[in-house]
Ligand binder design. Structure first.
Ligand code: PGA
Length: 251
């Protein structure tokens, strides 16, 4: 069955103590007030993951890394492996976020390796795709998303593919306050699902496809109401526990 997921991407925000406090606040609100049908994920910075995982109710709040290494282990100074994330309590890992693609040069070729590595160590990849403004204006967005999807996911076995979550994040909507309209989101989500169905068949009907990009309490409901929008990847609004809860409850 297709799962509803709301994942908070904290990015490089919160000191250690602020992060633990935020996790505690989110956990309390989720236990008391959140829609139980929704899988809630928080992705704090690496340094906070283990403790966040300890302070939350592990049946209600899941923890994600924001990136992982292409390699399993060894002499890769500064890198964090998928296995390390898993051993610290993470169940998910965000891969291919546009900030990783644009600031750190992550390519589809590299992300294909990271997705496989995450799956090898029992992490659910939240694989991000999305076009920049110039690509949308040139009407290239379908091609860009097709390439990001095919190059990274089409080599997976069907079993592995079934474990992947996808996030459509138009880059022009991330942190800008501009959101894709519900129609724009649905159009791309359906495009991604059709593409996945053409490769993986019926299994793709169960793939969760999240929307990301200035999703907030005031627009989450109309975005989540679309047939192919199965939740959200939330940046700014995930740093406020009440806003995050309101988004979780927007289904
Ligand atoms: P935003 O970020 O909600 O702040 O736009 C979303 C994301 O980058 O995942």
């Amino acid at each position: 069955m297709r799962k509803k997921i709301v994942a908070g991407n904290w990015k490089m925000n919160t000191t250690y103590q602020e992060g633990i406090d935020l996790a505690l606040e989110i956990n309390k609100l989720v236990i008391e007030k959140a829609n139980k049908d929704v899988i809630v994920v928080v992705s704090p910075p690496f340094t906070h993951i283990s403790e966040v995982n300890k302070v939350v109710d592990n049946d209600r709040v899941f923890v994600a890394g924001q990136n992982c290494a292409t390699e399993t282990s060894g002499a890769y100074t500064g890198e964090i492996s998928a296995e390390m994330l898993w051993s610290a309590g993470a169940d998910f890992v965000i891969l291919g976020h546009s900030e990783r693609r644009s600031y750190y040069g992550e390519t589809n070729e590299l992300l294909k390796i990271k997705v496989k590595k995450a799956l090898e160590f029992n992490l659910t990849p939240i694989y991000c795709v999305g076009e920049v403004l110039a690509e949308r204006e040139a009407n290239n967005h379908f091609d860009v998303i097709k390439e990001q999807t095919e190059k990274v996911l089409f080599d997976l076995s069907k079993d592995d593919f079934e474990k992947v979550v996808i996030a459509y994040e138009p880059v022009w909507a991330i942190g800008t306050g501009k959101t894709a309209s519900p129609e724009q989101a649905q159009e791309i989500h359906k495009f991604i699902r059709d593409l996945l169905v053409s490769k993986f068949g019926e299994a793709a009907k169960n793939t969760s496809i999240l929307y990301g990009g200035s999703c907030k309490p005031s627009n989450a409901k109309e975005l989540f109401a679309n047939a192919d929008v199965d939740g959200g990847l939330i940046g700014g609004a995930a740093l406020n526990a009440n806003d995050f809860l309101a988004i979780i409850n927007a289904f």
